[in-house]
Structures are given as C-alpha cells and as structure tokens.
Design a protein around this ligand. Sequence first.
Ligand code: HEC
Length: 122
Amino acid sequence: MHMVLGAALAAVVLVWSFGTVRAEDKLSISDVMKQAHGGGQNSLLNKATGPNAAKEDKEKLLSLYKALAENEPPKGDANSWKEKTSNLIKAAEANLKGEQGAGQKVRQAANCMACHRVHRPN
Ligand code: HEC
C-alpha cells in the first residue's frame, strides 16, 4: 500500500516538475509582450534601455527577445518575422554589452506598430 502511494506521489512530482520546466522554456508571444512591453512608461523595454539600466533588466530583455524569435508568428511572412526578431536580439545584445547608442537601437527595433501591422491578428 505504501509503495503504491509512494510511486503515485513520485509520478505526480515528476509531472509537476516537467510542467514547470516547460513553462519556463517556452514563452508565448503574448507572454513576451506582457513581460517586455507591458506597463507603459515602466515597461521592461523602457527600463532596460534607459540611462542607468540594470544589467539584470538588459539580460531579461535579451532572453525575452530570444524566446520571441522561437515562436511562429500567428500572421504574416516567416522571413519578415525572422528579420524583425533577429534585429531585436542583435540590438538587445549590443545593449547588454553597453555599446554606444544601443538603447536607442533596441527601441527602434521594438517598433510596436510596424510589427503589429504585419504580424498581429486583428
Ligand atoms: C517583432 C514583432 C513585435 C513587436 C516589435 C511588438 N509586438 Fe506586440 N505583439 C506581436 C504579436 C505577433 C502579437 C500577437 C500575439 C498573439 O496574438 O498571439 C502582439 C501582441 C501584443 C500585445 C497583446 C498581448 C496579449 O496577448 O495580451 C501587447 C500588449 C503588445 N503586443 C504590446 C506591444 C508593444 C507596447 C510594443 C512596442 C513597444 C510591441 N508589442 C512590439 C508582435 C510584436
């Protein structure tokens, strides 16, 4: 009886931990939008590209854009998506390295309307 219970418990823990890992590995476009671009003036995008940006914010933004690139766009051409998301990654990498003017480049690459017009479903 105890062994059956133990095995069942182990299975539950196993499934639970796999589920957790997956959720972190694969962020949807919506997740990335909320975490990187939500919050208006206080968005991560703004914080990470501001004058005294914290390294953690720059790293977080870069990892979110990498996750974005791993998604398929719900609408629009795959090459266009690849170009836009790789520009975001390149700019966020330069921003993390602290290159001159890189914050501005990230903001330009994160052109909300330019991307939504092509890739966001109505
Ligand atoms: C590289 C392309 C791209 C860029 C740049 C981009 N977005 Fe998005 N965004 C999308 C796509 C695609 C969706 C639709 C996701 C879906 O419906 O699956 C979306 C959805 C959203 C959503 C809805 C999220 C939800 O599901 O609740 C918000 C909010 C949003 N974007 C904000 C922004 C803001 C603000 C900016 C500019 C700072 C921005 N996005 C820049 C591609 C982009």
